[in-house]
Design a binder for this molecule. Structure first.
Ligand SMILES: C[S@@+](CC[C@H](N)C(=O)[O-])C[C@H]1O[C@@H](n2cnc3c(N)ncnc32)[C@H](O)[C@@H]1O
Length: 214
């Protein structure tokens, strides 16, 4: 990324801290950054320096930390977002998805992450930016309490952990309609999820269509 883009990110960061830069204005600025530089630009904007190492002893079914691209976050927000929607990222890492979604859509967001140092890093980013609509839990997302309307999974886990998480999501979907967004995972075999058209080739979006109409 060249110096002029870096400067633009630092100026935008001041706008975010003051509360002046949000929503469509932020999206427009983001889209004005060349595609190839966008992920690095967002990291500069949010104050994310480098990808930390994973904790020793990460369970075998847990996928190590790797942030998803900005394009996927934009794709999640492409559909109808209601002001009372709550987006939950299962395996939220340093919080890139939940922080960006909150800034762009103005909705409350919540990240659940197994690795404590990543949770601490994510909370520190929010404190620096003065954000209070983003929360994090240090927990196993396949067993902890889940509350939200849009659930985002960038391949956080596999096997029994994933099966447990899908079961928990089904329990919520039996009470009210939810949206599930998946990167690096496919849920076509899950009977209560219906795929909808996704604006991103790398992300699948599903509605819980069996019991409710959203
Ligand atoms: C591929 S990364 C995705 C990070 C983040 N969602 C993003 O897109 O920027 C997967 C994340 O899931 C976390 N993870 C793995 N197993 C988990 C579990 N059982 N509960 C919560 N987080 C978990 C990992 O520590 C890692 O940060």
């Amino acid at each position: 990324m060249d110096d002029s883009l870096r400067l633009r990110a630092r100026t935008a960061r001041v706008g975010i801290k003051s509360g002046a830069l949000r929503g469509d204005a932020l999206k427009e600025l983001l889209l004005s950054v060349p595609f190839i530089d966008r992920d690095v630009w967002v990291d500069e904007l949010l104050g994310i320096d480098e990808i930390p190492s994973d904790m020793p002893g990460l369970p075998p079914e847990s996928v190590p930390y790797l942030p998803c691209g900005v394009e996927e976050v934009l794709a999640v927000l492409h559909g109808t977002i209601r002001p009372d929607d709550v987006l939950v990222d299962l395996g939220s890492g340093l919080g890139r998805v939940v922080i960006l979604a909150h800034l762009l859509a103005g909705i409350r967001t919540h990240g659940i992450e197994l690795q404590e140092h990543l949770v601490q890093g994510a909370r520190a980013r929010c404190t620096e930016l003065g954000l209070d609509g983003v929360t994090f839990a240090h927990a196993d997302a396949s067993t902890c309490e889940l509350e939200g309307s849009i659930f985002f999974l960038y391949a956080p886990f596999t096997g029994a952990m994933l099966a447990r998480a899908i079961h928990r999501l089904e329990e919520i979907a039996r009470r009210r309609s939810i949206v599930v967004c998946a990167v690096g995972l496919e849920f076509h075999h899950v009977p209560w999820l219906r795929a909808r058209e996704s604006p991103s080739v790398s992300m699948a979006i599903y509605d819980s269509a069996s019991w409710h109409v959203r």
